[in-house]
Design a binder for this molecule. Sequence first.
Ligand SMILES: [Zn+2]
Length: 280
Amino acid sequence: MPEIPELEAIRGFFNEHIQGHAITSVETRIPFIFRTPASELRETLAGDTFGEVLRHGKFVLFPLASHRILAINPMLTGRFQYVEPAKKAAAKTCLVLGIDTGRQLRYADDKLMGKVYLVPVAGLDTIPNWATNGPDLLAPSFDEDAWLKALRKYRGAIKNIITNAEFVQGIGNAYSDEILWEAQINPYTPKTQLSEAELRKLYRAALTTMAWATPLARERMVKGDVLDYDERRDFVRVHRRGGQPCPRCGTSISEITANQRITSYCRACQPGGPAELLNR
Ligand SMILES: [Zn+2]
C-alpha cells in the first residue's frame, strides 16, 4: 500500500512532468473504480490542463484549470504510470490519460480497491471520510503540539493509533513500523504508558522517517522521465524483515501477524512487546 513516501515521490514526479500540460485523450477501461461517472470523465477531461499536483493523506490530487480536481486514492494496490503510449498496458489498467507531452498517465489497480473522483475544488469534502479524517502528517499546521493534542482522545496500542486516519493521515502499516523503530517505541505499548517526551519523540520520528524514505522510494519508482514501478521497499529497516538483524543493535527482528497485518520490531531497541504487556 503506498504511503506518504511513495505518494510524495509520485506527486513530485508529476509536478515536474505534467504541470501546465493538457489532457488530449481519455480512456476509462474499468469503470468500477470511478466514483464519478466514467462518462463524465470521458466527456469533460480532454482539453483540461493540470495545475500543481498535490497530496492529501493517501490521495493524489490533480487540480485542473477548470477548477476541478481529479482525486485518486490508490488504496492497497493502485499504481500510477507515466509512459510511452506504445508501452504494453499493465493488467487492470483502469484509466489512461493522453498528455500533450506525448506520454500517457495511467492508473492500474490489481485489486480494484482504489477510488477515482472528479470534483469541483470546493467539493472535496463530498468524498467519503474526507471531512472526518484527521490532518495529513505533513500539513504545516499539524505541528508537535497539535500532534500531542490530537492524541489525547485515543487509547490503545500506539501503532493502531498512528495508523488510524481519523487521528492522522498518510501513515500505513509499513511506515508505522519504521517510525516506531526510529522512535524506539514498542508498537504494542498502550498510549497511556507513554510519556509526553516519548510522544513528542514519536512525532519527530514520523517526520524524519518520511523525509528519509521519500527519495529512496523515488529512486525505485522513477527512471529518468518514466514513472513505472512495482512497490519495492528494499530499503526499510524493520518492516517485513523478521529474523534479520536489527540495523541498530543486531538483535533478530520480531514479526507478529494479527488481523492480516504484519508488525515488525526489534524487541531489544523497542522493549515492552505483547508478552511483557500480558505479564504486567
Ligand atoms: Zn535493535
